[in-house]
Design a protein around this ligand. Structure first.
Ligand SMILES: Cc1cc2nc3c(=O)[nH]c(=O)nc-3n(C[C@H](O)[C@H](O)[C@H](O)COP(=O)(O)OP(=O)(O)OC[C@H]3O[C@@H](n4cnc5c(N)ncnc54)[C@H](O)[C@@H]3O)c2cc1C
Length: 391
């Protein structure tokens, strides 16, 4: 399990670090509290080509290896995890479109998605179905009265990141609601934002993950041409969505490492600077224990995330590994953020310090791309079936 970043990956990380320290760190606290949209940061990420991270070179993207993909989300989340949200579901959808899109869909969308001229997200969750995606109710039925070449889409999607900026937005639908098992009747449609009947109806209030919007989207009789069916074949939607989960889990694990790194940085500097009883609080053993725990969990989470990412780069199937990394790193982020807050004493509860954002952002990492409880079940089943080995 030897792991070293290549020279290229180190250089890439240095570029990202400079960008994050210059463009994100100085404004994160103020913009997060005011609810301001980070337009300038988005422009900077565009300039760096980050919207093309998961887009193949032939369509103008960076086609980053998975370790570099992880480094991107780690570094940005060290600055402000909400910003990673702007890039996260965009990148996961680019990955899905590059693998499953028709040639026409790829050449129509990928070049503009790579440059950031277009942005995207993904609409799977509904008010009544998140983990249980086969329970979705959004339907896309062929227009039997017309020439039958369009779908008419009706339904409501919930929690959709980037909904106000996504065009197209891939929407998971039932093209055959009576199919058994249900996934055989599920498809993804690339819905363009100006389609009549497509409406972003509300921004959902959140404790953290600010800077990017999370919305309810209502589709009422939206007419979608059949050329917008991802991959051109019905019944593959759930499989297409789930195929991007490996990348998605690396993305969340890496964001968790970024949050844990920031918790460590803030805790270390506070432990050195703050004095009590005539000495820096870092001299107290209780504070040292917490600091050491943060460092241990952070470094373990980082290694596990890079390990899973590097296996993907080696072409090895790694859904179990990415799930393990996501579970461990997200729990570590939560614990590190809470410990950093405790080291800050009363100031950890103040909106004037960075740590309070970390422990509002960290819990989301245990929910996205499969809740940790659900993922534990997935990992255990893979181990019991002999599909993955731990040695
Ligand atoms: C800020 C934010 C942004 C999001 N962005 C997006 C987005 O861009 N696109 C999108 O499609 N979705 C998005 N989501 C939705 C997210 O993916 C879901 O919230 C998540 O999949 C969980 O679904 P749920 O909320 O319906 O919870 P449920 O599935 O109802 O789960 C509730 C509880 O039951 C447990 N549970 C459920 N099933 C099982 C099981 N089989 N075994 C054991 N335990 C189980 C869960 O672990 C959890 O504890 C976002 C959510 C948030 C909070």
């Amino acid at each position: 399990m030897d792991f070293q970043l290549s020279d290229e990956q180190r250089l890439y990380r240095e570029t990202l670090r400079r960008f994050v320290d210059r463009e994100i760190v100085p404004v994160a606290r103020e913009w997060e509290h005011s609810g301001r949209y980070p337009t300038e940061i988005v422009a900077g990420m565009r300039e760096l080509g980050l919207f093309g991270l998961a887009v193949p070179e032939e369509y103008g993207g960076l086609a980053a290896d998975t370790v570099s993909f992880a480094l991107t989300f780690e570094e940005i989340s060290r600055g402000w995890m909400g910003i990673a949200g702007i890039l996260g579901s965009h990148s996961v959808t680019c990955w899905m479109l590059a693998r499953h899109g028709t040639e026409e869909q790829k050449s129509r969308y990928l070049p503009e998605l790579a440059s950031g001229a277009r942005r995207t997200g993904i609409a799977l969750t509904e008010p009544g179905a998140g983990t249980d995606l086969q329970g979705i109710r959004t339907t896309a039925l062929r227009d039997r009265e017309g020439d039958g070449d369009d779908y008419i889409v009706d339904g409501t999607k919930m929690w959709i990141t980037n909904a106000r900026h996504a065009d197209p937005l891939p929407v998971l639908v039932k093209t055959d609601p009576s199919a058994t098992p249900a996934h055989k009747g599920m498809s993804i449609l690339l819905v363009e934002a100006d389609s009549p009947g497509f409406e972003v109806t509300q921004d959902i209030g959140k404790i953290g993950y600010k800077g990017t919007e999370s919305c309810e989207v209502v589709l009422t009789g939206v007419r979608v041409p059949s050329s917008q069916l991802l991959g051109g074949v019905e019944g593959r939607g759930l499989q297409q969505a789930l195929s991007s989960l490996e990348t998605g889990r690396i993305n969340i694990a890496a964001r968790s490492v970024g949050i844990a790194q920031r918790a460590y940085d803030e805790a270390l500097s506070y432990a050195r600077d703050r004095e009590a009883f005539g000495q820096p609080i870092g001299e107290f053993q209780a504070v040292q224990m917490r600091l050491a725990e943060i460092a241990v969990k952070l470094q373990a989470a980082r290694l596990m995330t890079y390990w899973a990412a590097s296996r993907m780069d080696d072409g090895v199937r790694m859904d179990t590994e990415s799930g393990m990394a996501k579970i461990f790193a997200s729990e570590a982020a939560l614990e590190c953020a809470t410990d950093a807050m405790r080291i800050h004493g009363g100031y950890g509860y103040s909106t004037e310090f960075e740590v309070e954002r970390l422990y509002r952002d960290a819990p989301l990492m245990s929910i996205g791309e499969g809740t940790n409880d659900v993922l534990r079940g997935v990992v255990a089943k893979a181990l019991l079936a002999g599909k993955a080995q731990i040695r």
